[in-house]
Design a binder for this molecule. Sequence first.
Ligand code: ADP
Ligand code: MG
Length: 244
Amino acid sequence: MEELLRRSEKLTTVGQLAAGVAHEIRNPLTTLRGFLQLQQETNKLNHRHLDLMLSELDRINLIVGEFLILAKPQAVHFQERDIRFILGDVISLLDSQAHLHGVEFVLNASSDSAMVHCEENQLKQVFINLLKNGMEAMPDGGNIRIKLNHDEENNRVRIEIKDEGTGIPEELMPKLGEPFFTSKESGTGLGLMVSQRIIQSHKGMMDIKSVMNKGTTVIIDLPASQQQPESVEEENNTDNEPTN
Ligand code: ADP
Ligand code: MG
C-alpha cells in the first residue's frame, strides 16, 4: 500500500516534470527550426548560427539527461557502499575540470568507513551536481571543502559540501529545488531538484545554508548501513587492510 502510494506520487511528480521539460525543450527547438528554415530558404547559415544551434542542442541534451535520471523506469539497484569511495570517485572525475577553474577540493573524512545502503550512481550524480554548483559559484576559484562524518551512535552519515562562492540571496532561498529555477545563463535548474529527490529516496535529508559573498554549504544526512565493510558482498577486494 505504502509502496503503491509512493509510486503513484512519483508518477505525478514525473508527469508534472515532463510537462515542464517539454516546455523547456520547445524554446531551443523553435530556435533550431528557425535556423534550418533560414538555411533552406536562403542558404545563409553562418558560423555564429551554427554555434548557436550547437549550444541549443547541448541544452536540450542536458535537460533530457537530467530528466532521465528521475524518470528512468529501469530498476534501481541498491547496494552497501562506502561513501568515502563514492566521494573519492566523484572528486577524481571532476578534479581536472576544477583545477582549470582554480578550484581545489579538500576532502576531510573523519571516520574509517561510512557504509550506506544506496544506488551508487544516483549518489554520484548528487555529488557531481553539488560540486559543479560550488565550482560555478566560484568564478575566481577557491576551495570546496567536503566533510564526511559517520555518527555511529545515531547511525547517520553526514556529508557537508562547503564552497567559498557568491552565496545565494536570501529571497532566492525558497526557490531552490524548484524545477527550472536557475540564475545561470546556461543552467537547467534541475540539479538541486534531482539531488533532493535522490536523497529523499535514500531516506535522507538535504539542507542548504548560504551567506552572501561568503559561500554556500549543502548538508546531506543519510542513514548509515549496519553492515560492516568486511562483509560487503559483490565487492572483490584484494587490497583489504588487516583489521585491528
Ligand atoms: P543550475 O545549476 O542548472 O542553475 P541547480 O538546480 O543546480 O541548477 O541550481 C539552481 C540555482 O541555485 C542555481 O542557478 C544558483 O542560483 C543556485 N545555487 C545552487 N547551488 C549554489 C551554490 N553552491 N552557490 C550559489 N548558488 C547556488
Ligand atoms: Mg547545477
